[in-house]
Design a protein around this ligand. Structure first.
Ligand code: SF4
Length: 374
């Protein structure tokens, strides 16, 4: 089998999110790094590179495909119970020590991250998604911003088949990439990892582009949900959580905020695993900031009723969950509370259409959509 780097460098086409500079340099706008890239060099993400004064970007492969309940992404206010056909490529623009998708996200930086790319076409991925019964197609696992051209190619095909589309992203965007994605992308989850620029530097980024992206996503009409993985000793001080949740509530108190439990992973095995009481403390801070939809995740059954959706107006329980499993769904056909009639923010179907799976699974007949590159 060819070296991973060789395969990834061959599976490319010219990108669209860049401008040419002098002396054969280019500037990439796919993520907030906005790398100026010399001829012959890659950007920070290592998957977009300058060849002869043109920017080449990943094309025609996936690093993995999986069917997930949409609740795993997590989207709690978008088509509850739907199956989300999830695909990713390789690489990331950050290098978080605790990454839970490090096998794909760090494949080109870390020799112990081995994930063979699988050849795929937008048509085959969408046909496979339809065969599995998916309603949503999601670009995830690696950072989708850095492979936006490929995601848009898949999403165009998905839209023609009447599927919903989404990004699961670190939010390190630019105005250019958001304009590029908007016509083809419905849902956008941002991992807001901290409210400290110093912490973001440790992860390889800056907080500024991420906060700008969250504001823009909301203003541009994407359906946005925010996730914060609560890491003891890293981002869990009351002060930092207050600032973070004030920021989100000031954009809109109706943006769902998921605070989820950390478990030791990749290179970050010093902090303790997050306890239920840590999640509940964070959830209370979010509610005190004015957020109406605060969820505590990754510890099912241990976080009181913080897995459920309650009406922001009358507190009636509208969706009851156990982990990813939908136990009860009570919104009416217009996405309103049946008790007080308030419109519940989100993207809702006319009715709950049941749940194909409440846990991830690999697509059946996978070989029809993807084949291993060699
Ligand atoms: S996606 Fe981001 S890290 Fe990669 S080349 Fe473009 S600006 Fe740089």
């Amino acid at each position: 089998m060819s070296a991973l780097k060789d395969i990834v460098y061959e599976q490319v086409r010219e990108g669209e999110l860049y401008e040419k500079l002098d002396r054969n340099r280019v500037r990439c706008y796919a993520c907030g790094h906005c790398c100026p890239i010399l001829d012959g060099q890659p950007g920070v993400c290592k998957v977009r590179y300058n060849r002869g004064g043109a920017l080449y970007v990943p094309w025609g492969y996936v690093g993995g495909v999986q069917c997930d309940p949409i609740e795993k992404k997590p989207f709690f206010h978008a088509y509850p119970g739907a199956l989300a056909y999830s695909f990713g490529m390789l690489g990331c623009d950050l290098h978080c020590a605790y990454c839970q998708n490090w096998v794909t996200s760090q494949a080109l930086r870390d020799p112990s991250a081995v994930s063979p790319p699988l050849e795929a076409s937008p048509e085959a991925l969408v046909q496979d998604a339809l065969r599995q019964g998916a309603k949503v197609l999601v670009s995830t696992y690696n950072e989708p911003l850095i492979t936006s051209e490929w995601a848009v190619a898949v999403f165009k095909e998905a839209k023609a088949a009447d599927l919903v589309t989404g990004f699961v992203s670190n939010g390190n965007g630019t105005p250019q990439v958001l304009e590029y994605l908007r016509p083809w992308t419905d849902l956008y989850k941002v991992d807001l990892k901290s409210f400290s620029d110093r912490h973001y530097h440790e992860l390889g980024g800056r907080i500024g582009p991420i906060l700008d992206t969250i504001r823009r996503l909301h203003d541009m009409g994407f359906w946005v949900e925010i996730v914060t993985l609560l890491i003891p000793g890293f981002n869990d001080s009351d002060d930092e959580l207050r600032q973070l949740t004030d920021f989100v509530a000031n954009i809109s108190p109706h943006i769902p905020w998921h605070v989820t439990a950390f478990h030791k992973d990749y290179k970050m095995d010093d902090p303790d695993n997050t306890r239920p009481e840590d999640l509940l403390r964070a959830a209370e801070i979010g509610e005190n900031a004015g957020l109406k939809y605060v969820y505590a995740g990754n510890l099912p059954g241990m976080v009181d009723d913080h897995e459920n959706t309650k009406c922001h107006n009358c507190t009636e329980t509208l969706i009851r969950r156990d982990g990813y499993f939908i136990e009860e769904y009570r919104l009416n056909a217009d996405g309103c509370c049946p008790s007080c009639g308030a419109a519940i923010p989100g993207r809702w179907g006319r009715k709950f259409e049941g749940q194909i799976a409440d846990r991830p699974f690999l697509p059946r007949q996978r070989s029809r959509a993807v084949t291993i590159l060699s």
